[in-house]
Design a protein around this ligand. Structure first.
Ligand code: 5GP
Length: 200
């Protein structure tokens, strides 16, 4: 693809493995940038401000909403999460691909603004495995585990709103599948016809 980068939206329930997939994708693909979201959630052990998220107060978050600094935002599990606009737009303009790891509510907002973004949904191998992963991660309290599990079941029912579904039963295969999607998307005639017609 020539010129602008690709905007890639990745969603899926807690425990589907989105975080690991995104980290691995970044390692192998230097043209991909990940957008760091702002959130009012408290950092978990090991999480760093400016690396995993921009951890901010609710007042600051509301101020950013008022100043139109978000491309999208949503309330997820009682906390605000949002994608700061400037970083994404600058990188797309510079020809980098930008990855957003966001929930379905946010993804639908992006769909309205960017008709050419690519929407990928990551699925766990099964619901039993999903519960095991949320429990074994050890980062959530028992009520939060239930909240995330129940949310996962209803989120999966919305998979039809996405362009691609990846079952994450093997991390390296899941990454290869996403790399294949990105390569194919970049060859779409609709993304390239202006440049092609200007050259030939
Ligand atoms: P966690 O608290 O586990 O890091 O994330 C909880 C949920 O919030 C995940 O489904 C994640 O994809 C979503 N999320 C993270 N950042 C954003 C964001 O900027 N916008 C939206 N809409 N959702 C986000």
């Amino acid at each position: 693809m020539i010129g602008k980068g690709l905007l890639i939206v990745i969603s899926g329930p807690s425990g589907a493995g989105k975080g690991t997939i995104c980290r691995e994708l970044l390692k192998n693909n230097p043209q991909i940038r990940i957008s760091i979201s702002a959130t009012t959630r408290k950092p978990r052990a090991g999480e760093e401000d400016g690396v995993n998220y921009h951890f901010i107060t609710e007042d600051k978050f509301r101020q950013m909403i008022d100043e139109h600094e978000f491309l999208e935002y949503a309330v997820v599990y009682d906390n605000y999460y949002g994608t700061p606009e400037r970083y994404v737009m600058n990188n797309l303009q510079n020809g980098n691909d930008v990855l957003l790891e966001i929930d379905i509510v946010g993804a639908l907002q992006i769909k309205k603004k960017f008709r050419d973004a690519v929407f990928i949904f990551i699925l766990p191998p099964s619901l039993g495995e999903l519960r095991n992963r949320i429990v074994n991660r050890g980062t959530e309290s028992p009520p939060d585990i239930e909240k995330r599990y129940d949310a996962a079941v209803s989120e999966i029912k919305q998979v039809m709103k996405y362009d691609y579904a990846i079952v994450n039963d093997n991390i390296s295969k899941a990454i290869q599948d996403i790399e294949a999607i990105i390569r194919a998307e970049k060859c779409r005639v609709l993304r390239n016809y202006k440049e092609i017609l200007s050259r030939f």
